[in-house]
Write a new protein. Structure first.
Length: 84
């Protein structure tokens, strides 16, 4: 589901950068691709195990449904003053 990582709470509102680390080998699962929408186009993030995708936390993104297998990822949020 498309979403932004900026939340309404006092901590989640301060999210500035989102970092997603692909923990699983891409062959372990079908579907489960991270997609980011920086503008009119949709970009597919690398599925390679160990790759890191970084984008502004306000940017819309989603993970397509995992159709089979198991996908693990690690999300890290860096906080800071909002972009302006
Ligand atoms: O697992 C991913 O690739 C992204 C997860 C995500 O969007 C999030 O944790 O907010
Ligand atoms: Fe997210």
């Amino acid at each position: 589901m498309w979403h932004s990582d900026i939340g309404g709470g006092p901590i989640s509102a301060k999210r500035k950068l989102t970092l997603v680390l692909q923990l699983s080998p891409s062959g372990d699962y079908e579907g489960g691709t991270l997609e980011v929408m920086p503008g009119a186009q949709v970009l597919e993030a690398s599925r390679a195990q160990g790759s890191v995708t970084v984008f502004p936390s306000f940017m819309l993104h989603q993970v397509t449904p995992v159709r089979s297998g198991v996908r693990h990822s690690l999300t890290v949020w860096a906080h800071g003053p909002a972009f302006r």
